[in-house]
Design a protein around this ligand. Sequence first.
Ligand SMILES: [Zn+2]
Length: 424
Amino acid sequence: MNLLIKGGRVIDPSQGIDDTLDVLVAEGKIKEVGKGLKAAGTETVDAKGMLVVPGLIDMHVHLRDPGLEYKEDIASGTRAAAAGGFTSIACMPNCKPVNDNKTVTAYILDKARKEGVVNVFPIGAITQGSKGEAMAEMGELKEAGCVAVSDDGHPVANAELMRRSLEYARGMGIMVISHAEEKALVGEGVMNEGFTSTELGLKGIPRVAEDIATARDVFLAEYTASPVHIAHVSTEGSVRIVREAKARGVKVTCETAPHYFSLTDDAVRGYNTNAKMNPPLREAGDVAAVKIGLADGTIDAIATDHAPHHLDEKESEFNLALNGIIGLETSLSLSLKLVEEGVLDLGTLVGKMSCSPAKILGIERGTLNAGAAADITVIDPDREWVVTEEGLASKSKNSPWLGEKMKGCAAYTIVGGKIVYKRG
Ligand SMILES: [Zn+2]
């Protein structure tokens, strides 16, 4: 199927493009990007006033499939991704069973092919069952189609095992994604440790629980000359550690999530379980540090950590509620705010939501280069909308932004030249 996207502001950092242009798609690939393109008998998308960018990529998603489909499944999760403007997502292995072998990887890829509307790139486990005891078969996982390994949800507590995993993964040419958390310091904490946790009488998780674990994995990466990617950076300390490591040439990359630059732990007031996640929402100084880290290039990518949970798992006492929030459908609006605030320019933002995650995962996406897969997001930057339970495509509704007004959204999400989502 052919498609002509006319007159949008095309922003493609992979080629240094920012201009009013047309994009012609043929047979699922980008055919040409240029001025005044014509193609007889082609479906046309009028993109005047819109941004046309390489399809957005979310490198940190929990699809809950197999095993926890009451929270989300590959069909609903990829529909939520498309509604959020994402053309590719990478899914974490903490499904049931854990994706630590080729059978689970093959199941995910097969179901994604049949029921998914966006590209799904599985992430395998670092250790068997993500139990932190013995390394998983990384070679098998890579061969089966995994683009990275992570025990996300848990840290690899044993530093020696993490060292071996980094060395082995480097040999395999597969990225290790670190969930950086020192459990002994987390204890029974349920929110950020600080003024608010004291006021609310809730047990706190100190920042240093994240900082120490980030530092450990950065040092291990440096010592073994292996790349490492730090997931969901939320503290001033983690940002500083990664910045300093990059400056001395360590092969470290990292991501943050929209909630870490949009909210502080004040959102927990009222014992709001939709503000409970791990790492927890921090304080104003951390939010400022995350924004500086995004602006100065320390933080490479914005990922959602989309973590769907059933209402029953969130409508409980704060201490018992499960960690995590959904994020696929609000990420673009919250990230566009960074442009409005002057933290990032549009090109840099698109880089962090498309080109960078593609590069980190080593997937051939994140570009509008001729010949590339026609994964394209058309963004309406001015459109206002309200987050409602009914409006969300995700099976789960655990968002701290329910009822809130957002600005900017995906107008069209195009995967392999096919329109998979169109804003009504
Ligand atoms: Zn994690």
